[in-house]
Every structure is written in structure tokens, then in C-alpha cells.
Design a protein around this ligand. Structure first.
Ligand code: RFL
Ligand code: PHB
Length: 400
């Protein structure tokens, strides 16, 4: 039986990606009502293959939301990763360099499924295939959201609107242009990703800087691999056969990688553009932006989903404080608090991207600079520690 949809709630959440679903769950734990409106079907949301690496703060939030059980059973704890350049691999021992911190390999799809299942089991309202969602009066204390479902227009009254609707969502686009500032850098290449039911080429992730461009060997489990290749933005997915993908990956790997690589048919293949993007501020009266709705990072640093999770942590704490303590302090501080963390992750993702990719307009001197920087970083404990502490994620209260 489907859950009845009320026409009034405390928090209207737009978007049922990881940000919206996690926010819904954290609010539910605190006894706060929310309705989620999602443009797509649940199956469509689950079909988008994206992130694979969770930081400790994200793992802790899944536990706090009461949905961490399967993640702990099936997720793979990684204490290090490898960087390959000049034909040689160097291991970043994250665990040792950060005093015991790790990351977890657990697909965004699985995390989303766990959150969806928990929401359904608790009978919490989500409207999938909500069309023409529009937000109104968020400058007042009585915001509203309108949407169409099955040919009928609905109005949802609320106290707050959480814009968790991703980069192409309606929430950021509804803010008057004079009230918002956007910072953006678009990279001159994309990532071609391939998912396959083949054992990963190595136990840990390998980030590759090769003369033919960047490559990444990632994974979802002991039997499922996820690989990426840097490709020109002009490449079209139909032109990349599986065989061409595997051949190109082999050329970017080292001898050991070529020998151990197990290939197979792709389960999914897609090209994603790379972008750095930040919106300031993230709060407009009773509207809050969280996750990809407010910022995008290139995936090189594995930060997008993790940043979305920490935005949502700050937002749920602020909303809980509003209802339980009758205080606006958390809400007033939301944007600045998030942005401080976001900019550090943006900085790391941009830096790691420019360290590991070939930029089409750069001459041979850039490759030399990269080589010298990698040689320095990977042979210096201070350099390697800086990579490691950013990769595992800075503490939530960093610098506070
Ligand atoms: P999402 O996941 O885009 O979800 C937004 C949801 O809002 C819905 N929506 C609307 N609903 C109603 N009305 C509207 N008008 C709407 N407009 C949109 C959409 O249908 C959607 O369901 O944003 P969210 O929740 O903020 O989550 C962000 C993450 O998805 C994203 O940051 C990560 O996937 C980024 N990312 C990675 N992050 C990591 O932390 N670690 C990684 O290893 C990692 N790898 C990646 C990535 C992203 C990638 N791509 C494809 C961009 C690898 C790749 C290739
Ligand atoms: C992934 O497994 O999809 C993945 C892992 C690490 C990244 C980006 C993507 O930096």
C-alpha cells in the first residue's frame, strides 16, 4: 500500500538522491516530518552509476541514520590506494599517514537503495515522478511547493524547503540572480566509465597519470570493477566499444596491471564531464541548497557524495536546533559552515585533477611539472600525508 501524501509538512525535500534521502532519514530520527518530491522513478535513480568511495564521516552518518548495517557487511575497508606514473606505482598508506583513518568502497547505488528501503519501511512519504516541481515564497515564513502527479496539481505547505535536487535541479534556478554568486571551472575533458562483473585488477584503487591521459581502476566489490579513462569531450559513447575501452586501459596501465587485468562485457558505460562549481550562499530565507544543487567537484578526489553527506549533517542539525531549541543559530550559520568545508574539498579535487590529467592545450613542460610534483609528493612523507588526510576527508570540525 502506498503512503498517503500530506499537503502540509515541516520540511519539503526536493530530490531523492543521496542528499535528500539521507536528510529525510536524519530528520525522521529526530522526530521531524518531511516529504520528498522526486522527478524520476526510484529505479531510474538507482540506475545512475556514480560514486564508490565513502569517507568516515559519511559512514558515521549512515550509522546515525540507522541504515549502516548492510554497508558494514558488504563495504570494503581500504587503508590505502596507489598512484601510478612513469611506469611505477607508489602506495599512499592512508591508514598510517592519518593515524588510523580509512575509506570504504561501497557504491552510491547501494547507499541509495539502503536509504530508500529504510524510508519505505518506516512508511515515510516520497512522491516519485513528481512533475513541474516549483518552489514559492521561500523568502517568507510560509513557503510552498507545487507539483503535478498523475495529471493532478498538488500544493505542499511547509516550514522549510531543502533543495537536494542536484546540479540541474529547480531550487538553485529559482533563486533571483542578484541574490546568488556562482563560481565555475569546466575542464577540457571527460571521464568515460565502465562497470563490469570482473574481479578488480588490484585490491586497492589505482590512480594513473600516463602520457595517454588519466585512468582510474576502482571497484564495487571483489567481483565487480569500475574503471575510468580520461577522454576528449568530443568523444561519443557509441564510438567506444568495450574492446576499445579495455585496449586503451591496458595502454595506460603498467606491466603488472596489463597482466592482471580481467576484461568482460560492460554492464554500464557512460561519459561524464568534469566541473568545479560552487554557489554562494547556500541559504535563501527558508530555502537551503545541499549536495550537488550547491556545488560540484571533479570526481578525481572522490568528494561529491561525501560533501553532500556533510551538508546534510549540518542542515539536519540546524533544523533540529530550530524546532527543539527555538534557535535560528544553526540555520543562520548553515551556509558559512558548509562553504568552509566545501571550498577545501573543491581545492583538493581541482588540485588532484590537474596533477593527474593531461590538459590538451598544455605543452610538454606541464608534463614535466607534473612529474616533478609527483616525484616530490610521493617521496616526501609530508607530501604524501597531505594527499592522505585530504583523501580520507578532513574532520567535521577542522579549523573550528
Ligand atoms: P543527485 O544524486 O544528483 O540527486 C538529485 C536528485 O534530484 C532529482 N531532481 C529533481 N526532483 C524533483 N524536481 C526537480 N526539478 C528535480 N531536479 C532534479 C534528480 O532526479 C535526482 O534524483 O544529487 P545529490 O543527492 O546531491 O548527490 C550528489 C552525488 O550524487 C554526487 O556528488 C556524486 O555522485 C559525485 N561522485 C562521487 N562522489 C564521491 O563522494 N565519491 C566518488 O567516488 C564519486 N564518484 C561521482 C563519482 C560522480 C560521478 N558523475 C557521473 C558525476 C563518479 C562519477 C562518474
Ligand atoms: C568510483 O568508484 O566510481 C570512483 C572512485 C574514486 C574516485 C571516483 C570514482 O575518485
Amino acid at each position: 500500500m502506498s503512503t498517503p501524501i500530506p499537503n502540509r509538512t515541516q520540511v519539503a525535500i526536493i530530490g531523492a538522491g543521496p542528499s535528500g534521502l539521507l536528510l529525510g532519514q536524519l530528520l525522521h530520527k529526530a522526530g521531524i516530518e518531511a516529504v520528498i518530491l522526486e522527478r524520476q522513478t526510484g529505479d531510474y535513480v538507482l540506475s545512475r552509476i556514480r560514486a564508490g568511495v565513502l569517507e568516515q564521516v559519511c559512514i558515521d552518518l549512515m550509522d546515525e541514520a540507522g541504515v549502516g548495517q548492510r554497508m558494514h557487511q558488504e563495504g570494503l575497508v581500504h587503508g590505502g590506494f596507489e598512484m601510478l606514473y612513469g611506469g611505477t606505482r607508489h602506495r599512499i598508506d592512508m591508514n598510517k599517514l592519518t593515524g588510523g583513518k580509512n575509506v570504504m568502497v561501497y557504491g552510491q547505488t547501494e547507499l541509495t537503495r539502503d536509504l530508500m528501503d529504510a524510508r519505505q519501511a518506516a512508511g515515510l512519504p516520497t512522491v516519485y515522478e513528481a512533475k513541474d516541481v516549483a518552489i514559492h515564497d521561500f523568502g517568507s515564513a510560509k513557503p510552498r511547493v507545487t507539483y503535478w502527479k498523475d495529471g493532478v496539481e498538488h500544493t505542499l505547505e511547509c516550514d522549510f524547503i531543502a533543495g537536494c535536487d542536484g546540479f540541474h535541479g529547480v531550487c538553485r534556478a529559482s533563486v533571483p540572480r542578484t541574490a546568488i554568486r556562482e563560481f565555475e571551472k569546466v575542464y577540457p575533458f571527460g571521464w568515460l566509465g565502465l562497470l563490469s562483473d570482473t574481479p578488480p585488477v588490484s585490491e586497492e584503487l589505482i590512480y594513473v597519470n600516463s602520457p595517454r591521459g588519466f585512468a582510474l581502476c576502482s571497484q564495487r566489490s571483489k567481483t565487480r570493477s569500475r574503471y575510468y579513462l580520461q577522454v576528449p569531450l568530443t568523444d561519443r559513447i557509441e564510438e567506444w566499444t568495450d574492446e576499445a575501452f579495455w585496449q586503451e586501459l591496458r595502454l595506460r596501465l603498467d606491466d603488472e596491471g596489463r597482466e592482471k587485468l580481467v576484461t568482460g562485457p560492460s554492464l554500464e558505460k557512460s561519459i561524464a564531464p568534469l566541473r568545479s562549481f560552487v554557489t554562494e550562499p547556500l541559504r535563501f530565507g527558508r530555502l537551503f541548497l545541499a549536495g550537488d544543487a550547491g556545488h560540484i567537484v571533479p570526481p578525481t578526489g572522490a568528494k561529491g557524495l561525501n560533501l553532500a553527506a556533510t551538508d546534510v549533517k549540518y542542515l539536519s542539525s540546524a533544523i533540529v536546533e530550530f524546532y527543539q531549541e527555538r534557535s535560528d543559530a544553526g540555520i543562520d550559520g548553515y551556509s558559512a559552515r558548509c562553504l568552509r568545508r566545501i571550498w577545501k574539498a573543491e581545492r583538493f579535487s581541482w588540485w588532484f585533477t590537474q596533477l593527474m590529467h593531461r590538459f590538451p592545450d598544455d605543452g610538454p613542460i606541464s608534463a614535466k611539472f607534473q612529474e616533478a610534483e609527483l616525484d616530490y609528493l610521493l617521496n616526501s612523507e609530508a607530501g604524501s600525508r597531505s594527499i592522505a588526510e585530504n583523501y580520507v576527508g578532513l574532520p567535521l570540525d577542522f579549523g573550528e
